[in-house]
Design a protein around this ligand. Sequence first.
Ligand SMILES: [Zn+2]
Ligand SMILES: [Zn+2]
Length: 316
Amino acid sequence: MPASASQNPRVHALASVRRWFDAGATDTPDAIDEGDRLDLVRVVPFVAMHLACLGVFWVGISATAVAVAAVLYAVRMFAITAFYHRYFSHRTFRASRPVQFAFALIGASCVQRGPLWWAAQHRHHHANADSPEDLHSPGVHGFWRSHVGWFLTRRAFATDLSRVPDLARYPELRWLDRYDIAVPVALAVALYGLGALLQHVAPALGTSGMQLVVWGFFVSTIVLFHVTVTINSLAHRFGSRRFDTRDDSRNNALLALLTFGEGWHNNHHFFPGTARQGFRWWEIDLTWYGLKLLSSVGLVRDLKPVPAWVWARARH
Ligand SMILES: [Zn+2]
Ligand SMILES: [Zn+2]
């Protein structure tokens, strides 16, 4: 460890606290040298969000709260898979600037950082999958590091703009990326307002402001997060391999159901240039169906298909 880092832990901690609110806040130059250590100041809010889920024992449960949590899971999972992943990271279809922004906004509410950071990390993953450079390879780093540990390190914090020049030219996306706490806070406040309103105008529903915050924000977001990152930790380990890829990616039907199609991960690593990840008709890919729907009403266009040559390389 460089001498300056050991002498200035407080400087590091203060910089980390600032980055809760402003991801553009600069770090000391030596941060990268200790990049693989967990940044404890960033671990705190992550753990706190899990503990907040225990609030269900105080606020109770209602059908309304569970429905809100489920709808927010579905809408936000779609925003992550269709837009953060298939659109921003891989450019597999086209969308207008307002549609791009609308889904970037929904994606930003997932507490998975901003669209530029997500896409830059993901492009790095594809370029280095399951090599020592891959920050979340379970084969190299083990389950916990590939599931949650990797993004709590200093090395993973900054957005590598050199990987996303096509996205960085949009100031509205850069803003979402820099102030990545803004949209999640706005969602939590809106849920509190909705719950308080329903308590007042429809008391028979048995909900409240805090109940919708706990279920709609904390429970829904934490479940969404853990299911999303199974694609890093489990879909590179458990499942079948249709294509010989340089990495350990697998096709896993259960993960595909939970992640709306992302579990067909060996398909995806072999040919990431298509908007589709379930290549066979029976490989359920809810995101693909959703994109077909959006395409049919003109909200997105030019969905890139699976090219015919791909099948010549398939084992089954
Ligand atoms: Zn992968
Ligand atoms: Zn990908």
